[in-house]
Design a protein around this ligand. Structure first.
Ligand code: ZN
Length: 808
């Protein structure tokens, strides 16, 4: 790479960032790093003068005031903004700057304000919509373009509120896509400006890290610009709101005042006040300024210029590195040709074009079989290699939804199933719940790029074996099949009727049960003990996954119907959210059955059950948190949730899966339905009237194909059964059985795949991957285990088969 800075990047790093030594820091979008000289200059500055609280007459105070005002001008100069047209308000960070704008818009007169925001917006921008009278999310750059054109012609979607605010990020904090900066100017000349007052807020936090924000044209500049200085300099922890003075009137709507923003206040015998009116920053900087931090900014500007010359230099440097990193990651292939990284690049941008693309790459890693490596597994291995990156939702809900192809209902479902920021729930419904993000900064080097690419290559690229491992399951063909799935049904409410899954829907198999099966129960009001009442059979459920609802219908009790003949034709009906848990939380009593469920206190639900059953009752949902703590001795229900399988002729009423054709499976130990293996277990109550057996799903933890990661069952799936003996001749079933005794935590390193019972053991094990030599050692151990236990296999298959059979 050609040298862009005055000194070589190696010199700069060894002199200014000694702690970077053998660290690969790839989270500059989180915060960049501060230089050693910056800390020295700042401490010299601090120890050579006395700085008092600004805005008083003492020399120490005057000194602070003067320095603060100088820095304010420096900030404007840095962004090429004319002090005649712009002012700077110091705040804690970009989010605080955004909230300051919000405070003003929130306080405009009714009917409130219209709010538009771009899909790529950071959560901090999205949050403004909660206080808007109306809001709109623009799903793409093109949607904004169309909107600007529409309104330029004075057409539809003109907001009807008095004021409007359009907000977008200059750069997506998720994938680095840089958005057009001509929108504010075009918005201003569009008919929005005529029909009502429309303002533009630019979130520049991610953008200014590696790119010059140029506010020299006041006509095209945004009205409000939010940014953080630690993303540019690493220090101080300070942000700013830059305001275009012509747009400052709206900020006077803000009703709050505090020390610093008010001239005089009366509190006794009348609440009169006079706000400061001289400059915009005086009106908005509540309380004592963070003046030490502002003074530190002075050193930050100086050192930054000495080291890097200009933002344009940084832009060229990071753009070239990001382009190389992107090309290398995009070209990584498993031996079977499958791409290793699924990179979430915006279709409107190209790496290498700094105008449209920042030095940030968002992606997920795929296995050779097309499954996913969880983001948290990537992160844990990165930590072992001292690589610092970011994973999760990165506060960018629109970006995650778009690029991980998550529909609204899937986001709602993911949350209800426990997906939270920074957790380990990496995959749901066969889709990633978040991403891995690497981002470069001014002091990133080619070495950083190479180290990261090597890491991905060494840990995740499946090289060598070009054939598929034997443990991978394939669909059963019709000539191997004994029968097929005739019907799938779930019983959402314990003791109530079942609901037949539509034939075109593949239903999820969860850890111990089918999705939404026996997840609710009926309880007496005020109790949490499941109720068993003959009329419950009359309650018919219906599930709509995408709408997120469980709908219940039931005929009225005969006694009610006879007393009021006009109602006898009517069914009672009620709708329950699949995503929300009940509002009323029952006090948990440990060591008793009474903490099993949370009951619903909504009036419509209580009156439905009370009317249908004729006794004061309501619905309760088994609590997901306590559920995981259940064990068979405590809970009467935990054993009950395993799916039940039956043949068409026998007791369909209570079975989840009904099979057609041969009933050979009844005497067998294992059954394969579609692509998934199950163990057949005796029913706990040995004889109910019907011939059903319970199923235990045997997930194959060594199979990293998408189908194995997202087990489902569907009408028409073929069925094959196995005795204990025949199971041992089927590699895929053997792998599933091995998974049972193995832990659920498998090392994600492609040529290791050791398994552990608990996450902590896996975490400890990952440290053996610090150096490649250790990877080989783990691998050798695994191979030796295999040889002891298995019949000879063709050499290239050996490590797969051995690993799988180790615990059989
Ligand atoms: Zn390992």
């Amino acid at each position: 790479m050609t040298q862009i800075y005055r000194h070589s990047i190696i010199d700069i790093r060894s002199r200014e960032y000694p702690a970077l030594n053998d660290m690969t820091y790839l989270d500059h979008a989180g915060t960049t790093l501060y230089a050693k000289s910056l800390m020295y200059q700042f401490s010299n500055d601090m120890t050579s003068g006395i700085f008092g609280n600004p805005h008083s007459a003492s020399p120490s105070s005057m000194l602070s005031t003067q320095r603060v005002e100088n820095v304010r001008l420096k900030v404007l100069r840095f962004f090429k903004a004319d002090p005649e047209h712009f002012d700077v308000i110091f705040v804690a960070n970009a989010t605080a700057a955004i909230k300051l704008v919000l405070e003003a818009f929130r306080d405009v007169e009714v009917p409130g304000f219209w709010y538009g925001y771009h899909r790529d917006a950071h959560t901090s921008l999205v949050g403004l919509r909660q206080l808007a009278a109306r809001s709109r999310c623009f799903e793409s750059d093109q949607a904004v373009e169309d909107w600007l054109k529409e309104t330029a012609d004075g057409q539809k979607d003109a907001p009807s509120t008095a004021v409007g605010l359009f907000a977008y990020p200059a750069q997506s904090n998720m994938n680095g896509h840089r958005l057009p900066l001509d929108w504010p100017g075009r918005l201003r000349t569009s008919s929005h400006a005529d029909c009502q007052k429309m303002y533009c807020l630019l979130d520049a936090a991610a953008y200014v890290t590696t790119r010059q924000l140029d506010l020299s044209n006041v006509q095209t500049a945004p009205d409000f610009i939010a940014l953080s200085f630690y993303k540019i300099f690493g220090f101080p922890d300070l942000g700013a709101l830059i305001v275009r003075k012509r747009a400052s009137d709206i900020l006077r709507h803000r009703r709050y005042f505090g020390g610093g923003t008010v001239e005089m206040v009366t509190t006794l015998k009348g609440s009169w006040y006079a706000k400061k009116a001289h400059t915009i920053h005086e009106q908005l900087e509540d309380g004592t300024l963070p003046f030490h931090s502002i003074i530190a900014l002075d050193s930050a500007f100086n050192v930054h210029e000495q080291l890097y010359g200009s933002m344009d230099n940084i832009s060229r440097h990071t753009c070239a590195l990001a382009s190389d990193l992107y090309n290398q990651l995009a070209s990584l292939r498993h031996a079977n040709g499958q791409a290793v990284c699924e990179i979430y690049k915006d279709p409107n941008s190209q790496y290498g074009d700094a105008k449209a693309q920042g030095p940030t790459i968002a992606f997920n890693i795929r296995t050779a079989q097309g499954g996913w490596i969880g983001k948290s597994e990537v992160e844990r291995l990165a930590i072992v290699r001292n690589i610092h990156l970011r994973t999760g939702g990165v506060c960018n809900p629109g970006g995650i939804a778009t690029f991980c192809h998550l529909d609204y209902w899937e986001m709602r479902r993911n949350f209800s199933e426990g997906v939270r920021c920074g957790d380990g729930l990496d995959l749901l419904g066969g889709k990633p719940t978040g991403i891995v993000r690497v981002s470069l900064g001014a002091m990133s080097s080619q070495e950083d790029v190479n180290r990261f690419v090597n890491f991905v290559e060494e840990m995740f690229v499946e090289a060598g074996d070009t054939m598929e491992p034997a443990y991978i399951l394939h669909p059963i063909t019709s000539d191997m099949a004994e029968s097929a799935v005739e019907k799938v049904q779930v019983f959402p409410i314990l003791g109530c009727s079942g609901w037949q899954v539509p034939r075109n829907i593949s239903w999820s198999i969860k850890e111990t049960c089918l999705q939404y099966d026996r997840e609710w129960c009926v309880v007496l009001k005020g109790s949490t003990t499941p109720l068993d009442h003959p009329s419950m059979k009359n309650i018919r459920p219906h599930i709509d996954i995408e709408k997120g609802i469980l709908k219940l219908t039931a005929p009225l009790k005969p006694s009610d119907a006879s007393s009021n003949s006009s109602k006898s034709e009517c069914d009672e009906e009620v709708t329950i959210s699949l995503w929300d848990t009940p509002s009323q939380r029952i006090q948990p009593y440990l060591n008793s059955n009474h903490h099993l469920a949370d009951s619903y206190d909504s009036e419509s639900i209580v009156s439905f059950f009370t009317a249908v059953l004729g006794i004061p009752s309501t619905l309760a949902r088994f609590n997901k948190i306590t559920e995981s703590n259940w064990n068979d001795s405590v809970s009467p229900l935990s054993g009950d949730r395993s799916p039940r399988v039956s043949a068409v002729s026998d007791g369909e009423a209570q079975a989840n899966i009904i099979l057609s054709g041969s009933s050979k499976w009844k005497s067998q130990h294992y059954i394969r339905i579609g692509m998934h293996n199950f163990q057949l277990i005796q029913s706990p109550t040995p004889h109910t009237a019907e011939e059903s057996r319970r199923l235990r799903h045997l997930p194959n933890i060594y199979d990293r194909s998408l189908a194995a990661q997202n087990p489902t069952i569907c009408y028409g799936d073929y069925v094959q059964s196995f005795s204990a003996d025949s199971a041992s001749h089927d590699p895929a079933l053997r792998a599933s059985i091995a998974s049972m005794s193995a832990g659920q935590h498998v090392c994600p390193v492609w040529n290791c795949r050791k398994d552990f019972n608990v996450a902590e053991e896996l975490a400890a094990h990952l440290h053996t991957h610090k150096r490649l030599a250790d990877v080989t050692k783990v691998y050798d151990e695994a191979v030796m285990d295999v040889e002891v236990l298995l019949e000879p296999t063709p050499k290239r298959w050996r490590r797969w088969k051995l690993r799988l059979s180790r615990k059989v």
